[in-house]
Design a protein around this ligand. Structure first.
Ligand code: FES
Ligand SMILES: [Fe+2]
Length: 412
């Protein structure tokens, strides 16, 4: 391990933001790629991204270009985007629809399951069987795709997450959804600052006017009023709302017990109630899509959120799902990719207006971009000193930075 990372981690204090160089240095970025993004289960999208047989997506993680493709057997698989002839990228475009994967260089042809089926002029002795695309571990958890670049992916960790998150995700039947919109945002900030910003809503009141039209002001992950009496009143009010809603969740078969991050869980799922009569994450709180998601016959004020370390958050309402993955580009640049999913038979212009569907989170993401960028810029100054997390509202940041530092300590 390099000295910058080693000496930085020695000064880390749990409950405080990270030592400067862990956010800003190239050395820490190299470590993060090697020991976080090439080792853990990374959220790379959903089955709706590759809806039809032959649909593919290309994901870039550090030096690795990965093809995610749906085969003729409907399986979604992942492969290194590197031809087994002389290594050229087989898929040059970021996404597409193909009957076979054909390398543009010398036209070797791969089946959608990665097997090589044609290569001219290679002579009698050449064996196609041994030259399929190199596979990458890819797992679907209720339609949410997680990829692992390790040679020995931690399947126990994956299965543990599956057992707890699959019931939440499966309820929404992602195989019956399509991507209505995808937006890439490049933020001039380290990926950990992007993730930290996402793990708290301390900043929401002052920064997210659109989101706060429908999200509750208080609750788990949001924090509470400072005044003890006000806090008690807010808690009682919220508890009463949940107590009244739980029988409905039980009737609909919607899991609702919170799955909390702890020393064994690097993921979290929480069902909450939208506020002020809202049933969707729109400016007026009304559904953005006329055709509700398959399990809903009526608009519903339930909202499900999920978070997974190191790189994802998701929000589910009765009419659409939002999935976001964070893909680091360098120590100070991060790609934040967001997809809005709706029912597959919903028609743009008839059943939904795209700008109404996307407005709240386009604004929210841009506000979060600004917050991550000013934090990165401030962390670069000689005056930066790691600062304390709020116990009330920022406990998930402590979980994240503890988890991250643990990844470093495991390598020491
Ligand atoms: S490098 Fe792909 S066919 Fe030659
Ligand atoms: Fe935010």
């Amino acid at each position: 391990m390099n000295d910058v990372v080693k000496s930085s981690v020695a000064s880390y204090q749990s409950g405080f933001s990270l030592p400067q160089k862990l956010y800003t240095s190239r050395e820490a970025f190299d470590f993060d790629m090697q020991h976080v993004f090439k080792k853990h289960w990374i959220h790379v999208g959903t089955v709706a991204d590759v809806k039809r047989k032959g649909d593919y997506r290309v994901i870039q993680i550090d030096n690795n270009s990965i093809i995610i493709v749906r085969g003729q057997d409907d399986e979604v698989r992942a492969f290194y985007n590197s031809c087994r002839h002389r290594g050229a990228k087989v898929c040059v475009e970021d996404k597409g629809h193909v009957p076979k994967l054909v390398c543009p260089y010398h036209q070797w042809v791969y089946e959608l399951d990665g097997s090589l089926i044609h290569s001219s002029r290679m002579g009698e002795g050449f064996n196609c069987d041994a030259s399929g695309l190199k596979p990458v571990a890819l797992e679907s958890i209720g339609g949410l795709l997680f990829m692992n670049l390790s040679e020995n992916p931690d399947m126990a960790a994956l299965e543990q997450m599956r057992s707890e998150l699959e019931p939440f995700a499966a309820f929404y039947q992602l195989d019956k959804l399509k991507v209505a919109h995808e937006a890439d945002l490049i933020e001039n900030a380290n990926w950990k600052l992007v993730v930290e910003n996402n793990r708290e809503c301390y900043h929401c009141g002052a920064n997210h006017p659109e989101l706060l039209r429908v999200w509750p002001p208080y609750g788990v992950g949001f924090g509470w009023p400072d005044d003890p009496k006000e806090k008690q009143a807010a808690e009682e009010k919220l508890n009463a709302l949940y107590d009244a809603k739980i029988p409905e969740w039980q009737n609909m078969g919607m899991p609702y017990e919170i799955v909390e991050m702890d020393e064994n869980r690097w993921y979290r799922a929480a069902r909450m109630l939208l506020t002020q009569g809202a049933v969707s994450q729109t400016m007026d709180g009304q559904p953005a899509v006329k055709k509700l998601l398959p399990p809903f016959s009526e608009p519903d004020n339930s909202s499900l959120s999920m978070w997974t370390h190191p790189n994802a958050w998701l929000h589910f309402t009765c009419d659409h799902i939002l999935s976001t993955s964070v893909l680091p580009l360098s120590e100070d640049k991060t790609l934040v990719r967001t997809r809005w999913m709706v029912r597959e038979d919903a028609v743009e212009g008839e059943d939904y207006d795209l700008s109404n569907l996307t407005h709240t989170w386009i604004q929210t993401n841009d506000q979060d971009r600004m917050l991550a960028e000013i934090t990165h810029a401030g962390c670069l100054t000689d005056g930066y000193i790691p600062g304390p997390y709020s116990e009330d509202s920022e406990s998930l940041l402590q979980h994240f930075t503890d988890w991250y530092v643990d990844q470093i300590k495991q390598q020491l």
